[in-house]
Write a protein that binds this ligand. Sequence first.
Ligand code: ZN
Length: 380
Amino acid sequence: MNQRLPVQGAHGDLLRLVATGKAESRAELSRLSGLAASSVSLRVEELIDAGLLAEEGSGTSRGGRRPRRLRLAPTAGVLAVADLGAHHARLGLVDLSGTPLVIEERPCDIADGPQATLDRVADAFDELLAEHVPRSVPLRGIGTGVPGPVDPATLRVVTPSRMPGWNGFPVADHLAARYDLPILVENDANLMAAGEARWWPDRQNLMVVKAGTGIGCGVIVNGRLHRGRGAAGDISHVRVSSDSSVICACGHPDCLEAYASGAALTAALAEAGIAVERPADIVGLVHDAVPEATSLVRNAGRRIGEVLTVLVNFFNPDVVAVGGSLSAAEPLITSIRAAVWERCLPLATRDLEIAPARAGRDAALLGAGSLLLEAALATP
Ligand SMILES: [Zn+2]
């Protein structure tokens, strides 16, 4: 069942163009790839024979002969993807174009450590495959998001704040011992950004903020995820100005995360005698117009906005998309907007859109599918 994609070079490029929805006919493939029509046709036939592409009925007619529409064959393969949170994992199977086949949320405590957590996720993958995918359809790759920094060179988790036992753990090697396939391990906010980018096809430069238990940000530059050396987009430990002083989990005083994360708001609410378990509970309190919660969320948005002000001036993105479980609290985005509009250069905000994320709760899984397809097609 485990097979690498037998496609590299031009074959892989053509398959990617169809999988990402950029091309659906031989003519479009020829135009976008720069290959001659005859070369495209030859390779398309080979991809059809290999069970990767299918060609059906008619595409969009442009007056004359109706072109046949190319799409991924249902037998082309599936990808198993997961997004690990503090207490839950969302996981599922997507096809090579990123369309979800099945997605579930399972309880999963990341504090149980990497081996137990990853084995539980892999068991879940195997269950879903047995239940939802015919044996003839190959698994093509495994991807997981983790709520901490990942070194892109080694695919190890590096000094995470809320993942006891994970520091330095070789996540990819552990999964590779079970699956001889391309393995993707990525910071959760980066995955969310990669998934969100697909919902803004005409925008090339995005910052995607994940406001949940922690605070993260993923950066899309020229349509592609920018990882830097692994820490790109990590806004959680930027120092904010404050009259008081709060020591962050990282040991430094006054990090953004210590004031504006779901974890920080949960602690502040507990001090006010209001018990909540997850960021979604805080959103519920805001919807119920509980003043303490609304005020805390508004302050969190202002602090996030102040940090973003520097970054928007510097990076000058087209879009700041705000997702994560806290983002459903409306005052959060309103306050982020207010801070950025007030302090940024007019040139930086002229065409800037600050909006709720569009990709929804499965953005990270869609991002994992999208990045894994790239990885699977690039692996010899
Ligand atoms: Zn910190």
